[in-house]
Design a protein around this ligand. Structure first.
Ligand code: CMC
Length: 391
């Protein structure tokens, strides 16, 4: 009943208006609140970008200090959450733990779930941004059987996360400034990307007025898939599978074969029909970090060769398939010491900022309505019910 447009995958449906992130897919440009991602990644830091996404303007010094202090004050996770972790199998995927633990926060914070109260919304947003590194690091610690490390208020957001992830009781993790900077830059590059699948999931979940922590858990679930945030994990698995430059043509041929479900992971994008600008920044970061850490990873050479061959191949040229953000991030994360299973977790951690900014924007949008797509029904016309004994 009624007129609607059939648009699988919403390739041409604008679901909202937004003032947060602008993408020009043909030119390969990305801006947050008017600032280019290259400027933000090169000159800013994650706390500033978080403030910018949430509040619309870059903070002045005092605003930045206050914001950072507020985030720092909320990094602890309630001790009772530790029992929750212990309920997971020890080899549970950390993304599964993230979905569960973030969803469980909805049962803890009854003082920040009135979505119509701007103060409560901001407290919920701050809590999520502040606690995500703690939750992520604890997911990692649990998976390797090491004791949880508590947050430290004297460290920056990225440093604190690295410390909680890699410190062990016998030895504090030595935080290299270059690694902390690279971590912070990875967070900036993943902070927001307008109406992607996980952000749309958060918006649609929130459009019913649902609990904000539960909405973010829904976003994490959507991000997990290999076509979305899970691609960074899939890229590394793919590079390891390729193993040697001489095998690249075989995998390129498989990616082009329509009877083979294999796709070149870290390539292609719904919106970018040009270089993903985040991939450019990460490629450069990748060289810097590996040099700083003295890591020689043959996977980097392999990735560069794969990129070169794909960019010259007609199939990829015609379809405008370029490397995306996930293509190089995994190599940096591996060099820092993260296991592959943590890659998408780091994406979720950083994207939380975008999710809460978009969620806040949606709640305050005067045109906001419950998300409710229509369908093209292709099933049976009405028919007679057949009793069980007659079937
Ligand atoms: N390898 C081989 N062929 C591809 C690839 C790829 N990575 N990506 C797209 N194509 C082909 C696809 O088969 C189709 O060909 P044809 O027109 O002959 O049928 C054409 O390119 C258009 O693809 P599509 O699936 O209609 O495009 P989409 O906008 O629905 O999908 C995508 C976008 C990102 C899901 C897809 O490019 C893909 O699966 N890429 C690999 C996974 C990946 O790297 N994801 C990360 C995306 S960026 C970060 C994030 O969102 O988290």
């Amino acid at each position: 009943t009624g007129y609607f447009t059939y648009d699988p995958g919403y390739t041409s449906t604008g679901s909202c208006d937004s003032a947060i992130t602008y993408i020009d897919g043909d030119k390969g440009e990305l801006q947050h609140r008017g600032y280019s991602i290259e400027d933000l990644a090169g000159k800013s830091d994650f706390m500033e970008v978080a403030y910018l996404l949430l509040h619309g303007e870059l903070p002045n010094k005092e605003e930045k200090d206050t914001f950072t202090q507020t985030i720092t004050n909320h990094t602890m996770l309630h001790e009772q959450m530790l029992f929750f972790y212990r309920g997971f199998r020890r080899d549970a995927h950390p993304m599964a733990i993230m979905v569960g633990v973030v969803g469980a926060l909805s049962s803890f914070y009854h003082d920040s779930t009135d979505i119509n109260d701007p103060h409560q919304r901001m407290v919920a947003s701050i809590r999520m941004i502040a606690k995500m590194p703690t939750i992520a690091a604890m997911a990692y610690k649990y998976s390797v059987g090491q004791p949880f490390v508590y947050p430290r208020n004297d460290l920056s957001y990225a440093e604190n996360f690295l410390n909680m992830t890699f410190s062990v009781p016998a030895e504090d993790y030595k935080i290299s400034p270059a690694v902390a900077r690279a971590m912070d830059r990875i967070f900036i590059l993943h902070a927001d990307h307008e109406q992607n699948a996980s952000t749309s999931t958060v918006r649609i979940a929130g459009s019913s007025g649902a609990n904000p922590f539960a909405c973010i858990a829904a976003g994490i679930s959507s991000l997990w898939g290999p076509a979305h945030g899970g691609a960074n994990e899939a890229v590394l698995t793919m590079l390891e599978q390729i193993g040697d430059k001489k095998n690249i043509p075989e995998f390129i041929a498989r990616a082009k074969d329509k009877n083979d479900p294999f796709r070149l992971m870290g390539f292609g994008h719904r919106v970018y029909k040009n270089f993903d600008p985040r991939a450019g920044v990460l490629k450069q970061s990748c060289h810097e970090v590996l040099e700083e850490l003295g890591v020689q990873d043959p996977l980097l050479d392999l990735a560069m060769e794969l990129e070169k061959i794909a960019l010259e191949d007609d199939y990829f040229v015609q379809r405008k398939l370029f490397p995306n953000v996930d293509f190089y991030s995994g190599i940096i994360l591996k060099a820092i010491g993260f296991p592959t299973s943590m890659f998408t977790v780091l994406f979720a951690l950083a994207r939380t900022v975008g999710w809460v900014a978009q969620w806040n924007e949606m709640i305050t949008d005067p045109n906001q309505k419950i998300g409710r797509p229509r369908q093209l029904f292709l099933g049976h016309a009405q028919r007679e019910y057949v009793e069980l004994e007659d079937r």
